[in-house]
Write a protein that binds this ligand. Structure first.
Ligand SMILES: Cc1ncc(C[n+]2csc(CCOP(=O)(O)OP(=O)(O)O)c2C)c(N)n1
Ligand SMILES: [Mg+2]
Length: 627
């Protein structure tokens, strides 16, 4: 293969240290070193008993079951059962045939959902995980099957979603030889996984899968890849059932950190709470509600934090950042203490680190030490599990009173509500109708674009795990797969994907999946016939040169949806949306609503990139400026 770059085997597949995860213990290190090298180095490394096995065996409870001789594929199934996995999403192929053959035999215990595309499988596993709090599992064959998972894995990584992606690879003798459908998927996914394993020895398989689950869900969760060579899936070895094990939760804070935080909280006159996705992962909603009450402070959230705090509460001020509310963005700019709770100060939130919250001290509470002082310097920090930390703070913190500050916030909230035109069908109107019809109890997944932000702004989320959206990666085409996965995880809930027409085109093939399994999901297409979010920027900042953002063609989404086996309704007028939603909720299978809106509706408020949050403006401000 002249001219091709020599393959360099990574020493380990640990993600680069830009993001913190608990430092690897000797056990993990040993396993990754043993299991992540390519065939070129593996032969020299055959060992009998790994340090990993020894170290992680300690303290683990044996199930007491008898030892059996099983094939690698059977071990995969048994290990999934050990973890309580009953649903997996995936797509078969040559190298993963042995595993699929076992899945066939165990279809009464593990339900495999065949998606149309591996990306859909990864998003479905992600949606399942976000909706349930459990680890999502997806599977794919080697080569293109594995690479099709990549966007889904990256999406999960950016939003700290626990995922185990199982791929099979070519047999060990053929590894590293440009074999048919060979891709070094562990190498490809190294920067977008919390951890990656290549299993080349069947005796290591069970332990590796157990570790993968433990790593995916411990501390700050994330995706873990397990790539298994095909010969390992056929080889046999002893297997004995074991209980899932957990890596210890990192607990980095001290009592002094808690005391310092409490002192800072007591000294504030204008506090503001900023809630992130960590509050949902930690399950800290009850503690957060008590803390907010004690602090007598306004509460805002990031896109990822929505639902952790009651979005209908009097002291809730809406989202922060680029499309945050005026009350939040101006309020945060005026506050004297910003309390970040499981949030990471992303660029979409802070806009400009130099001008963010200029009058405030910062108290940062997060499980990931690498987040502290990353984008915003903290005055004080507490590193650990948010729920546990808030319990401690709530015990020590006396009730605060900030009535003057709260009056100001309430006044801003009243004077600067979110606005949209009411004379015609708009996305905010559709979302408010959805909120009413579902009584605010639906799980909402979204794609990425204007519709995503409108969904976040106008559906009032009151429970955690009810807004599933690609916040970090901003993955167009995320929503439908995630919606299907969420419905499998939470069949008791109404699950709705609010998608854009551009996004829908990316992965609309998954309607076939929803139809095959008769999954009663609702896909709302916010059809403005444009890539609206990009067009909005072209409109405001690029002289209205609409370069490649107009979706001018004859695609008829109603026909497409019907062709893929779904019921479909077109909605063009305001009065049509509620009956359409009611019909969709009653349906036994998937329903698509193709909702036609204007191409130039804009998402407001908005903070132009890099500007201070106080520069937040809306439609009325723009018109006032123009006149
Ligand atoms: C995979 C991918 N490609 C490109 C983008 C850039 N992008 C962000 S929003 C957007 C437009 C989305 O259009 P649509 O789905 O119609 O939603 P709308 O903004 O119109 O509501 C684009 C192209 C992206 N986020 N993801
Ligand atoms: Mg659009």
């Amino acid at each position: 293969m002249a001219g091709r770059k020599a393959k360099t085997a990574p020493e380990t597949t640990e993600a680069p240290k830009r993001r913190g995860r608990p430092p690897k213990n000797a056990a993990e290190k040993a396993v990754s070193a043993k299991t992540t090298k390519t065939a070129k180095t593996v032969k020299a490394e055959k060992t009998t008993k790994s340090a990993a096995g020894k170290a992680t065996g300690r303290g683990r409870k044996k199930e007491g079951g008898s030892t059996q001789i099983l094939s690698g594929s059977q071990i995969v199934i048994e290990c999934l059962k050990e973890q309580g996995v009953d649903t997996v999403f995936g797509y078969p192929g040559g190298t993963i045939l042995n595993i699929y053959d076992e899945l066939y035999k165990h279809s009464d215990e593990i339900h495999h959902v065949l998606t149309s595309h591996e990306q859909g499988a990864a998003h479905a596993a992600d949606g399942y995980a976000r909706a349930t709090g459990k680890v999502g599992v997806c599977m794919a064959t080697s080569g293109p099957g594995a690479t099709n998972l990549v966007t889904g894995i990256a999406t999960a990584y950016m939003d700290s979603v626990p995922l185990v992606a199982i791929t099979a690879n070519v047999t060990l003798p053929w590894l590293g030889k440009d074999t048919f459908q060979e891709v070094d998927i562990a190498g490809v996914t190294m920067p977008i996984t919390k951890h990656g394993f290549i299993v080349k020895d069947v005796t290591k398989l069970a332990d590796t899968i157990r570790k993968a689950f433990a790593i995916a869900k411990s501390g700050r969760p994330g995706p873990v890849l397990v790539d298994i060579t095909k010969d390992v899936t056929a080889a046999k070895c002893e297997y004995k059932k074991e209980k899932p094990y957990l890596l210890p939760q990192p607990k980095r804070y001290t009592e002094e950190d808690i005391d310092a935080a409490v002192e800072l909280l007591k000294s504030s006159e204008r506090p503001f709470l900023y809630v992130g996705g960590g509050a949902i992962i930690s399950g800290a909603s009850a503690e957060l509600a008590e803390f907010a009450k004690k602090m007598d402070a306004p509460v805002c959230d990031s896109l990822m934090g929505k639902g952790a705090y009651d979005g209908t509460a009097d002291n809730y001020t809406g989202m922060i950042g680029m499309h945050g509310t005026k009350t939040t963005n101006i309020g945060v700019s005026k506050c004297d203490l910003l309390i970040a709770l499981g949030a990471r100060f992303s660029d979409r939130v802070i806009s400009n680190p130099k001008t963010f919250a200029p009058n405030a001290k910062i108290l940062h509470i997060d499980i990931d030490a690498a987040e502290i002082n990353k984008n915003i310097r903290a005055t004080a920090s507490v590193v650990g599990d948010l729920k546990e930390i808030l319990q401690k703070i709530n015990k020590k913190l006396p009730k605060q009173n900030h009535s003057e500050w709260m009056d100001k916030i309430r006044d801003m909230k009243e004077k600067m509500p979110l606005q949209y035109p009411h004379s015609r069908l708009t996305c905010p109107y559709i979302i408010e109708a959805l909120y009413d019809v579902t009584k605010g109890k639906a799980i909402v997944t979204t794609d990425v674009g204007q519709h995503q932000i409108w969904a976040a702004q106008f559906y009032q989320f009151t429970e955690p795990r009810t807004l599933l959206t690609s916040g970090g990666l901003g993955t167009m085409g995320y929503g439908l797969g995630a919606c299907i996965g969420a419905k499998f995880g939470r069949p008791d809930k109404i699950v709705v994907n609010i998608g854009g027409d551009g996004c829908f085109r990316m992965n609309m093939n998954e309607l076939a999946t929803a139809a095959r399994y008769q999954v009663p999901i609702i896909q709302i297409i916010i059809n403005n016939h444009v890539l609206g979010m990009v067009r909005q920027w072209q409109n405001l900042f690029y002289g209205q040169r609409y370069s490649q953002t107009v979706l001018e063609d004859a695609v008829d989404y109603v026909k497409v949806a019907e062709g893929l086996g779904c019921t479909a309704i077109r909605v063009t007028r305001k009065e049509e949306i509620v009956p359409a939603l009611q019909q969709a909720i009653k349906a036994k299978g998937p329903v698509v609503l193709d909702c036609i809106i204007k191409e130039d509706d804009k998402v407001f408020p908005m903070v132009p990139g890099g500007q201070p949050l106080e520069a937040v403006f809306d439609d009325a401000d723009m018109k006032a400026k123009q006149s």
